[in-house]
Structure formats: structure tokens, C-alpha cells
Write a protein that binds this ligand. Structure first.
Ligand code: 0O2
Length: 206
């Protein structure tokens, strides 16, 4: 914390750049998604949430990863200071969004993690993409990292419950709870497949 305070002005400037990057990213995403939805005559997004990670959360995360708290480590090791979560109705919609991001002219893809294909041990599933977003400053263009999480509503339901549990059991999550959550993640996967099946049946009647 102390190092962040010493570099306070620099950290505040960086936080401002995160805000610029979020604005740039969300505008670009909304335009590309709307155009895709118009061209394909379907709605693929239920809702979008955005956030800038707080300094306090960033410090906690650096600490939990074993890094010293300073601005260089913040820039180099926290890849989700800027975060966008896109929640879709059906599984194929998630991959449509991935394609849209792949083709977005202004975004550089840094990393992709498909936790839907390979869920985390906890059962967490979601598609993560780290992108670099250009921001246009007086001194020229700078690229800022952002994390985009794409998931279905069912996956989002699971993740938000899991998030709450992490707060409730700030120490250690009991094995019994972990097991129940894992079982729920399997049920969520079955539900996603069932909902997709239903969607396809309904589409036959269109
Ligand atoms: P918050 O509160 O959402 O900001 P790494 O890149 O491997 O060094 P990192 O950044 O942990 O480390 O990458 P990862 O695991 O790909 O994704 C991090 C984010 O994904 C988390 O951010 C969560 O938002 C989400 N996430 C990952 N695993 C889980 C999980 O098991 N349960 C839930 N609910 N969310 C998860 P933060 O910073 O941890 O939290």
C-alpha cells in the first residue's frame, strides 16, 4: 500500500487511463455486437457489465500472487484492471462474441482462455479474452490491457453465487460446499445444453 501512496499521482494517472480504455472498449464492443445482431437478425447479448478494479482489490490480488505492491507490478501482473462481462442467452452466442472480438479492428488479442471447454477445478466456466485497447492521448497512442469475460446466463448465475461464497467464507471454503458448487456447475452445463435444444426446436417453427 505504501508504495502506491508514494506513487500516488502516477497511480491516479494510470487509473484515468483505465477509464479511457473502458470507454473506448465498450463503445467498440457495442457497435460490433449491434452490427452483428442486425446482420444476423438475432439477439445474442442479454446484458453487459463493466468495472474498473479498485486500487484496494488490485493490492489484494498482487499480494495474493506474492508480488510487491508497486506500480510496475500492477501494470505487469494485473491484467483485469479494466473488465467487461458479456452475458449471453445460449452457448453458441458466446462463440459468436469471441469471433466478433477476434475481428475487431481496433483491439489486439493478447490471450484467450476457454474455461467453457476446460472449466476450472471449482467448476467455473466462462470464456476470457485479454485484449489491448488503444487510447488516444496528447502524447500519442497507448495500449491498455482489459479482460473480457463472456458467459451464458446460467454460467453467470453460478459465478455470482460462487463469488458470494468466497466472501462468506473469507478463510477456507468447506469441502462440502465446494462439492455442492462443483455439482451445480455440472447441472448448469446440462441446463445450458437443454436450453439450446429448446431454442433450436422453437426456431424450427419460425
Ligand atoms: P474479480 O472480483 O472478478 O475482479 P492469472 O492470469 O492466471 O495470473 P487471474 O487474473 O486470476 O490470474 O486469471 P483468471 O483466473 O483467468 O481470471 C480471473 C477472473 O476470472 C477473476 O477475477 C474472476 O472474475 C473470474 N474467476 C476466475 N475463477 C473464478 C472462480 O472460480 N469463481 C468465480 N466466481 N470467478 C472466477 P478476480 O480478480 O479474481 O476477481
Amino acid at each position: 500500500m505504501s508504495n502506491f501512496s508514494i506513487q500516488n499521482n502516477e497511480v491516479d494517472h494510470l487509473m484515468l487511463k483505465y477509464e479511457f480504455a473502458l470507454e473506448e472498449l465498450i463503445t467498440q464492443l457495442k457497435i460490433s455486437i449491434k452490427e452483428f445482431e442486425f446482420n444476423n437478425n438475432k439477439q445474442i447479448v442479454e446484458h453487459i457489465k463493466t468495472r474498473i478494479k479498485s486500487k484496494e482489490s488490485a493490492i489484494k490480488k498482487l499480494d495474493s500472487k506474492g508480488y510487491e505492491i508497486n506500480i510496475d507490478n500492477l501494470k505487469n501482473h494485473i491484467h483485469d484492471m479494466v473488465g467487461v462481462r458479456i452475458v449471453c442467452s445460449f452457448l453458441p452466442d458466446v462463440y459468436d462474441i469471441v469471433n466478433i472480438i477476434d475481428n475487431a479492428k481496433n483491439l489486439k488479442i493478447k490471450e484467450k482462455r476457454d474455461y467453457i471447454e476446460t472449466p476450472k477445478k471449482s467448476g467455473y466456466s466462462s470464456y476470457h479474452i485479454i485484449v489491448e485497447v488503444p487510447i488516444y492521448l496528447e502524447k500519442g497512442i497507448e495500449y491498455i490491457e482489459a479482460e473480457i469475460q463472456i458467459r451464458t446466463m446460467a454460467m453467470d448465475f453460478w459465478a455470482s453465487l460462487d463469488h458470494k461464497l468466497q466472501y462468506k467464507f473469507s478463510d477456507v471454503i468447506p469441502e462440502e460446499v465446494k462439492k455442492e458448487m462443483y455439482d451445480c456447475s455440472l447441472a448448469i452445463k446440462r441446463l445450458d445444453n437443454k436450453m439450446l435444444g429448446l431454442h433450436e426446436i422453437v426456431n424450427k417453427y419460425k
